[in-house]
Design a protein around this ligand. Structure first.
Ligand SMILES: *Cc1c(COP(=O)(O)O)cnc(C)c1O
Length: 350
């Protein structure tokens, strides 16, 4: 079965080999206070800087999920409330989780067929702006220029970016925001249970000022532990090991970005000629390159998914309100060109 699901998604072919290697090397029972663990963490962070171009001054944290990042941000980086600008289900979830913890949090919804507005209609100056860079539910993406424009306009505010389904698939300029996060079961092509939270010096200084110390994952505690390459709890050591291996084997993010862009372009060119499927998102400037969302007649979509399964092709279901009339296809680096060709040959017949 070839999975085109946009998360949990197809993992790298080398995962079984790396996992066996981890077992042989004693990684599976590695003590998380040992020098070996600290070395693994230090090396993995240095690989993240090298391969994904994470700035030297930014701190990387290992946590369990993107959802946990939403909670850490709400707990440790917001005084009153954050400002969420979103157009889909993941952005909305982030907003509603935060609203429960910080009632002054506000949500601004924008049209998924339009770009995220560069000016936000708020009553007060935003404290922390939350953006879902790649909205996995509908296949939209926020262009880097818009994040930059927001950063310029609201320079007093922190900007937090959910890049769960784009980090490691496209070249992100981390310096353009303060807080970035992603879990690894999407573009990284790794098993679930690990996420990265990447924080600017300014955001950590803000956390120190707020000094929220109520949780095991309060950012102040996490930062104290990470200064010694450690975590506040026993982390997913195997996950960190697999991430280390995947990063070491990975091309530079600039090359990966080029491939992702070419493959996305090829997908949309292919769809132009298709009679029963079209991109859900009409403007190419707001389309995601990593999650391709296709729209069709609901009965046709159901039939297509069913027939695809019989041919060993797992298509991603539509999400939330687009469950019936869309399918989602991951354009993640772990998926091979041969697999994409196979899926296109299958789709061509309809
Ligand atoms: C998948 C996803 C999440 C949730 O990730 P978890 O690791 O399950 O917490 C959050 N945001 C976006 C944009 C996602 O695609």
């Amino acid at each position: 079965m070839i999975s085109f699901y946009p998360g949990p998604s197809r993992v790298h072919d080398d995962i079984p080999r790396w996992t066996a290697e981890a077992a042989r090397k004693g990684i599976l029972s590695m003590n998380h206070r040992s020098p070996e663990f600290m070395k693994l963490v230090e090396e993995t962070v240095s690989l993240l800087r090298k391969k994904l171009r994470v700035p030297k001054s930014y701190t990387v944290f290992f946590v369990s999920s993107a959802t946990e990042c939403w909670e850490i941000i709400a707990q440790s980086l917001i005084r009153e409330g954050s400002t969420h600008v979103y157009n889909g289900a993941f952005g909305e979830k982030w907003f509603s989780y935060t609203k429960r913890l910080r009632p002054a949090t506000q949500g601004i919804v924008f049209d998924m067929q339009e770009a995220l507005p560069k000016e936000l209609l708020t009553h007060t100056l935003p404290e922390l702006i939350c953006i879902t860079q790649n909205e996995t539910s509908n296949g939209t993406a926020v262009a880097p220029a818009i994040i930059s424009a927001l950063q310029k306009k609201y320079h007093e505010a922190l900007i937090a970016v959910d890049a769960t389904s784009s980090m490691a698939g496209i070249d992100l300029d981390f310096s353009k925001a303060d807080i970035w996060f992603a879990s690894v079961q999407k573009c990284f092509g790794l098993p679930a249970g690990l996420a990265l939270l990447i924080c600017s010096p300014r955001s950590l200084e803000h956390a120190r000022q707020l000094n929220e110390r109520l949780h095991y994952n309060s950012l102040t505690f996490m930062a104290e532990m990470m200064s010694r390459w450690q975590t506040t709890h026993t982390p997913n050591v195997l996950g960190i090991y697999l991430l280390n291996k995947a990063l070491a084997a990975m091309k530079s993010i600039r090359d990966i970005d080029k491939e992702t862009t070419l493959r996305a372009r090829a997908w949309f060119a292919f769809l132009k000629a298709h009679t029963s499927l079209q991109p859900l998102i009409r403007k190419s400037t707001v389309r995601s390159k990593t999650v391709i969302t296709l729209e069709g007649d609901p009965a046709f979509i159901q039939k297509l998914k069913h027939l695809a399964l019989k041919r060993g092709l797992l298509l991603g279901d539509g999400y939330g309100e687009y469950k019936q009339n869309t399918i989602r296809i991951a354009n993640f680096p772990a998926i091979t060109n041969q697999e994409i060709d196979r899926l296109k040959r299958f789709l061509k017949v309809f």
